[in-house]
Design a protein around this ligand. Sequence first.
Ligand code: C2E
Ligand code: CA
Length: 257
Amino acid sequence: MTSKEFQAAIDEHQFRLVFQPQIDCSTRKLRGFEVLVRWDHPQAGLVMPDTFIPVAEELGMIGAITEQIITMALDWYKNTPKVHGTSISVNISGKSLLDAEFSMWLLDACQNASLPPRRVILEISEAATAHDHVLARVSLGRLRDLGFRVSVDHFGVSQSSLAGISDLPLWEVKVDKSIAMAGGPEAHETIKAIVNEGKSLGLTVVTEGVEDRETLQYLRSIGCNVAQGYYIACPMGGDLVEDWMVAHDEAREQNLL
Ligand code: C2E
Ligand code: CA
């Protein structure tokens, strides 16, 4: 993967977006969607983000890619009236987080799409805040002041504690999918501890990687706010979202979730 290939991917619009629903654990109502990218590579076929995002970051291409992804996501949101009022979560790399110009660009993009910033949740990896804590605090403060909500992604896999980031202006914490997917008493204890600590800090807690009904029931029993995972829905193309919403409402009304 080269810079030239990434530039061609941007110029030729080879990135595709999929959307994964997030639901309120207690009411099962839709909270919003996480935006996930795929690269429809002309030779390699569909390339997953874990493969190419780290390379794009290393080559200094992630800023331009993130802007294109966000532009596409806002366009989808604007043109899908049924999702209005729900939130849209986008993954942001550490570099964009620290970039003051990015926050102004984002505000402008939201205004053009008539989307209030409070509907936008910026998911940043925990590692991005650890690298330069002071700078992260300033950058996150700027985003918060503009009205955006910030979520700490991939939480619970390293040794860090919520206490260590309690001075950051965060709105949400996301328990990494590997924890719920591991299952068992140890995973349950980890999730419970993050839920309790997160809530005591006034944070919304999201658990992802929810692959079965029992996990969703457990999350509800411990007061986790939001769930995301294959049990609820796999990431889907934007054109499928409205039909999924109808089916989900029916399942919810019949207590099938
Ligand atoms: P992530 O932020 O932790 O995103 C969640 C990943 O977990 C997604 O994989 C999603 O498909 C998967 N997932 C969700 N629920 C389940 C489940 O119940 N079971 C299993 N097995 N997997 C589940 P995906 O789409 O391959 O994304 C991988 C990572 O790539 C993301 O992890 C995120 O760190 C990064 N990424 C994806 N899209 C973007 C993007 O637009 N920008 C940036 N900077 N990074 C992105
Ligand atoms: Ca994420």
